[in-house]
Each structure stands twice: as C-alpha cells, then as structure tokens.
Design a protein around this ligand. Structure first.
Ligand SMILES: [Zn+2]
Length: 306
C-alpha cells in the first residue's frame, strides 16, 4: 500500500514539475528599467505556448512599452505575469517587431488592457497574409494553448521610422529592409544605446532563413543596427547580448552561408546537393542540424533571383 501511494504521488507530481520547468520565461535585466523576457530556444510547444523567442520591455514613469507579445493569448498573459514581477504600471504601447507569430498573435490580450499597438507597414501585411498558416502551425504545435487567441492588427503603422516618447523615455522604431520577415523593424533607445532587434538578431541558436526571409537585405538590416553602435542588444532569440556576439552568431553566419552557397553554385552545384555546403563552423548554434539544410536551400533560391 505504501509503495502504491508513492507511485500515485510520483504520477501526479511529475507532470506538474515538468510543465513548470518548461513553461518558464526568464526575466533578464538589460539596464535600469529595461528588461528582456527570454523564452525557449527550440520550437513552439504546448508548454511554452509559442513563446519560443525573446521579448522586451521598458518601464517609464507613465507606463510600460512592450516589445513583442508572444504567439498566443495565453502566452501573452504569461508575458504580462513576468512584467508584473517588475512593475504594476499599465502596458501603454506594444510594438510588433516583425511578422512571425510570436511577434504579434498575443496582441489581443494587450489591446484589451488598453495598449496601443504599433508595427511596420509590411509587417502588418505579412500578419494578414500568413495568419491562416500561423494558426494552422500553432494548432499543431501548441494545441489547447492556442485557445482564446484572436488576430488583432496594429493600430498604428509606420514606413521607415517612427519616434515617440513615453514618460520622458525616447523610443525610436527603424525599418531597414526585409530580414527574417518582410517587415522586421528594430527598436532603438538613443539615450540608453539599447537595441531590441526582433528577428534581425539571433544569438545562441541558428537564424532561420525561411520563405519570407531575404538574406541580402537581412545583412543590410543588421548593418543599420551596427551603425548605431549599440551598447546592449536585446535579441529576437537568446539572452541579452553585445554587438560582437550578435555579429558572430547572426551576421557572420548569413555572410558565410551566402559566400559558401555562391561558391557552390559557381562550381555548378545544384539544389539537390546543397547539403555539401559545409556549415560546421556554426555547429555550436542550437538548431544547427534542423536548420542548416533549409537555410542553404533558401539562400540558393535567393541567389538565383538576385
Ligand atoms: Zn523568431
């Protein structure tokens, strides 16, 4: 009987313990009043509710500016719970830095709290174009965690740049070209010299070059960030970082891959043999085995059209 009870305890205790560990969003302080919320580096799961990315927020005297919202309503609630560890101030402005689900599908939750949502023009077009696909994928990967999620588009759009201030904190949004998605913009705090890069910068894990990515202009978007000489970068994936590490994990990789695929094409290589392009230099990045082939193939297609 004693043994049986212990067994029952373990059966009940284990799944709860596992879920708690997996759903954790890590709060990381970047500077005074500036924070990152670091999600998991791997794919969307029922436990992480699609929040497999890094988000950010700035606390001002008049309220909070949130950068990116998570891929689901429930995920957005969890992001808000992390913000509440720091402040009870209202979320006044929400920025969607790009077109991926985890940048915008949590909008509904924050809109209901009264936040104004801002995104780049092409990002909103991308939201509309890929909404169905994103819901389909999330339904497969997140399941019941998707319940309650509704698409809500930005209240205000911008083209090249938008500057505003909240509670005396100056905030700038810049668009420098198609990167991981067509409307990837970045957020710049000029006084603090901090960038929130969205999906323009990945650290610790390999950047995903997907159908809607464009590798040559992605490099230009990175260069626009580098030109500002930021002191601190809150990346789109991974922990708070420096320009040096961001360059090593994202820019150098994209450049290296484009050069490798260019050489491969010059030697007459065809798409079926794309696996022969050696990317081992970047095997330290998480997701290397899953992403390297797809990335090379997309760059191959990009280069055919350039
Ligand atoms: Zn992403």
């Amino acid at each position: 009987m004693k043994l049986f009870l212990r067994f029952v305890f373990v059966m009940y205790a284990l799944p709860i313990g596992v879920a708690t560990a997996a759903d954790k969003l890590e709060l990381q302080k970047a500077a005074d009043n500036v924070y990152a919320i670091v999600g998991e580096l791997d794919n969307r799961t029922p436990e992480n509710l699609g929040s497999n990315a890094t988000f950010g927020f700035v606390v001002t005297t008049e309220g909070v500016v949130l950068i990116d919202v998570g891929a689901t309503y429930q995920g957005a609630q969890r992001i808000h719970a992390v913000i509440k560890q720091v402040t009870d101030k209202p979320i006044k402005v929400v920025i969607n830095t790009g077109g991926q689900d985890h940048r915008w599908l949590g909008n509904d939750y924050f809109k209901k709290l009264g936040a104004k949502i801002i995104a780049q023009k092409l990002a909103v077009e991308d939201h509309k174009a890929r909404k169905r696909d994103q819901f389909f994928t999330l339904n497969n990967l997140v399941g019941a965690g998707l319940e309650g999620t509704n698409e809500v588009y930005a209240d205000e759009i911008f083209d090249k740049e938008l500057k505003f201030s909240l509670g005396g904190t100056a905030i700038e949004l810049h668009y420098a070209g198609q990167a991981h998605t067509p409307g990837d913009a970045f957020v710049w705090l000029p006084k603090e010299r901090i960038v929130f890069s969205g999906d323009i910068i990945y650290v610790e894990r390999m950047a995903a070059i997907i159908d809607v990515s464009k590798s040559n202009t992605w490099l230009q978007a990175f260069e626009a960030i580098a030109a500002l000489d930021p002191k601190i970068i809150v990346p789109g994936h991974g922990h708070v970082t420096t320009l040096e590490t961001a360059k090593k994990d994202t820019y150098d990789y994209l450049k290296f891959l484009r050069e490798g695929v260019t050489a491969f094409m010059k030697q007459g290589g065809n798409a079926a043999d794309i696996g022969k392009v050696d990317q081992a230099r970047f095997s330290y990045l998480r997701g290397y085995d899953i992403l390297k082939g797809r990335n090379a193939l997309k760059v191959f297609t990009d280069l055919e059209w350039e």
